[in-house]
Design a binder for this molecule. Structure first.
Ligand code: HEC
Length: 207
């Protein structure tokens, strides 16, 4: 069963928070929708947490559960002052913008890796599984740039493989219990996918 879109009409501004169903949906989006729903006064924090559990958010996302638990409904004034647009995800346009986001998530994962696959002491805001999810997301967005169609089937195959590898890492981080060796074994193919695709499709263009 997928997760139904959450719809709300707040004042005169309709807002829709939709959460894609299915396994490919990034785990990190569902808590965001739950926290937003609490803020909009559509759900109590308890309902938000229950929604996250139904959506399959692993208990290891302690920070995200806390975020929903601690969310409070916004006042009518706050909602009125908020912009009417409410994009479900920030989606950059074009492969370069997507790769910049990929690179940021990749750097964060590098810091997480250097901390022994734990939240780095100097970066307590990082949620390891969410960073891997972000990496997979932005790789996916990079493939939505019309210009990449000209890169052909090899690019598509490499991109799909890279997304699958990042998603496998995300899954292991979200499930918890995987030791550093297992995480290292999942990380290496992700890192290799960047270098290999760049060698085949980026660096050959004299960039
Ligand atoms: C399937 C192919 C593919 C994969 C996988 C891939 N990239 Fe890229 N990347 C590209 C291409 C093609 C460009 C050049 C885009 C352009 O300039 O039009 C690029 C550009 C970039 C850029 C430069 C953006 C800029 O400012 O010009 C960065 C940084 C980057 N990639 C990081 C990464 C990282 C980190 C990974 C792995 C987690 C990765 N990429 C995985 C194909 C890929």
């Amino acid at each position: 069963m997928g997760v139904a879109p959450l719809d709300a009409a707040v004042g005169s501004k309709p807002r829709v928070i939709s959460v894609s169903p299915g396994q490919s949906a990034p785990l990190s989006r569902k808590p965001a929708a739950a926290a937003a729903a609490v803020t909009l006064g559509m759900m109590t924090p308890e309902q938000g947490e229950a929604f996250m559990r139904r959506a399959g958010t692993a208990e290891s996302y302690a920070g995200l559960y806390a975020c929903v638990r601690e969310a409070t409904a916004a006042t009518a004034e706050e909602l009125a002052a908020a912009p009417g647009e409410f994009p479900a995800v920030r989606k950059p346009r074009g492969i370069v913008a997507a790769m910049v986001e990929v690179d940021l998530a990749y750097e964060h994962l590098g810091a997480i890796r250097a901390a022994g696959w734990k939240v780095p002491a100097d970066h307590p805001d990082l949620v390891p599984a969410a960073e891997a999810g972000r990496l997979a997301d932005h790789l996916r967005y990079s493939g939505e740039d019309g210009a990449v169609k000209s890169l052909g089937a090899d690019f598509e195959r490499r991109l799909r493989a890279s997304i699958e590898r990042a998603t496998a890492l995300e899954g292991a981080l979200a499930a918890g219990g995987a030791g550093p060796e297992r995480l290292e074994a999942l990380w290496k193919p992700v890192a290799a996918s960047c270098k290999e695709c760049h060698a085949a499709h980026r660096d050959v263009r004299g960039k």
